[in-house]
Design a protein around this ligand. Structure first.
Ligand SMILES: *[C@@H]1O[C@H](CO)[C@@H](O)[C@H](O)[C@H]1NC(C)=O
Ligand SMILES: *[C@@H]1O[C@H](CO)[C@@H](O)[C@H](O)[C@H]1NC(C)=O
Ligand SMILES: *[C@@H]1O[C@H](CO)[C@@H](O)[C@H](O)[C@H]1NC(C)=O
Ligand SMILES: *[C@@H]1O[C@H](CO)[C@@H](O)[C@H](O)[C@H]1NC(C)=O
Ligand SMILES: *[C@@H]1O[C@H](CO)[C@@H](O)[C@H](O)[C@H]1NC(C)=O
Ligand SMILES: *[C@@H]1O[C@H](CO)[C@@H](O)[C@H](O)[C@H]1NC(C)=O
Length: 246
């Protein structure tokens, strides 16, 4: 409830600020790794594209530009080649579409626009990636031993929580292992819990991605009853076969 309100207040402030040509930083935009994100920058409307001067940059690095009616890519940094799109003519906006996001795109972008007075907006971008559904592994000697919960391919680093019968645990898991995959820029996270979980308890692990406000969970119901029924069926069949063979 608080966040949208804060955002509205901030937007109202930015609108007010823009009337006085004051630079303003909006709340961060969250983009998904591998996907595209629109970095918003409203230009004064109506705009005349033939007179407009538009520069998207990060300090001295040019991300994209549109100068007096033409896309201007000659100074574009090669990191942004083929990854940007402007919509000046189509939509009368100075917003920038940035695609194939990676962790390296977490920056504060400047949108400089105007004709002839130049205004400046700042947009800060954070990236995120959803984790895979967590995998809960049980110890070989149930019910006592090390239970592990693993989720892979997410960003930023997640926090793993454990619940026993939907209550926080009374004992601590081992320190969480987080591995950054250098090639993808994503994390794999693992938490290990040494415990003796009784048959009628329910163990849950939750992987929390705070930036996406996503909790992924995996539940283990009555751990030691899951395998036993199968064993009861398999063993007599084997015994019968052995009897026949002998
Ligand atoms: C951009 O696309 C063109 C043609 O599609 C390609 O030749 C060029 O290598 C690409 N550049 C980058 C940096 O990916
Ligand atoms: C451009 O405007 C149209 C109609 O208002 C809208 O459907 C479309 O999503 C807009 N595109 C961008 C890139 O803003
Ligand atoms: C994240 O992944 C889970 C399943 O793995 C899916 O249910 C959920 O909708 C995804 N959330 C987002 C924000 O992509
Ligand atoms: C992360 O997990 C994925 C999927 O299990 C695996 O392919 C990858 O090698 C792991 N990365 C690291 C750095 O451990
Ligand atoms: C696990 O806990 C139960 C009681 O909750 C106890 O009876 C049992 O001996 C424990 N098992 C081990 C291997 O510690
Ligand atoms: C995710 O789980 C944690 C721990 O149980 C909780 O504190 C947090 O509020 C949950 N977040 C969401 C978005 O459900």
């Amino acid at each position: 409830m608080n966040k949208p309100r804060a955002r509205n207040l901030l937007s109202a402030f930015c609108l007010l600020a823009s009337l006085f040509t004051v630079a303003c930083v909006n709340s961060p935009i969250i983009g998904i790794i591998g996907e595209a994100v629109m970095l918003p920058c409203p230009c004064m409307s109506p705009i005349n594209p033939d007179l407009l001067y538009l520069y998207w940059q990060i300090q001295e690095t040019v991300v994209d530009a549109f100068i007096k009616g033409e896309a201007s890519r000659s100074h574009q940094d090669k990191m942004y080649h083929n990854r940007t799109k402007l919509f000046v003519r189509e939509n009368s906006t100075c917003s920038l579409l940035l695609s194939q996001l990676s962790v390296k795109d977490e920056k504060t972008y400047e949108c400089l626009h105007g004709s002839p007075d130049i205004k400046k907006n700042y947009v800060s971008l954070l990236v995120a990636a959803n984790y895979t559904s967590p995998v809960l592994q049980v110890p070989s000697e149930q019910p006592r031993g090390r239970y592990t919960c693993t989720a892979t391919g997410g960003f930023p680093e997640a926090t793993i929580h454990w619940l026993l019968d939907n209550q926080p645990l009374l004992w601590d898991p081992e320190p969480q292992q987080s591995v950054l995959d250098e090639s993808t820029g994503r994390y794999n996270v693992t938490s290990t819990l040494a415990a003796n979980i009784s048959q009628d308890s329910t163990l849950t692990c939750i992987v929390e991605n705070k930036r996406l406000h996503v909790n992924l969970s995996q539940t283990l119901n009555s751990p030691s009853t899951q395998d036993t029924p199968q064993n009861h069926i398999v063993i007599p069949v084997v015994v019968v076969l052995l009897l026949f063979i002998s």
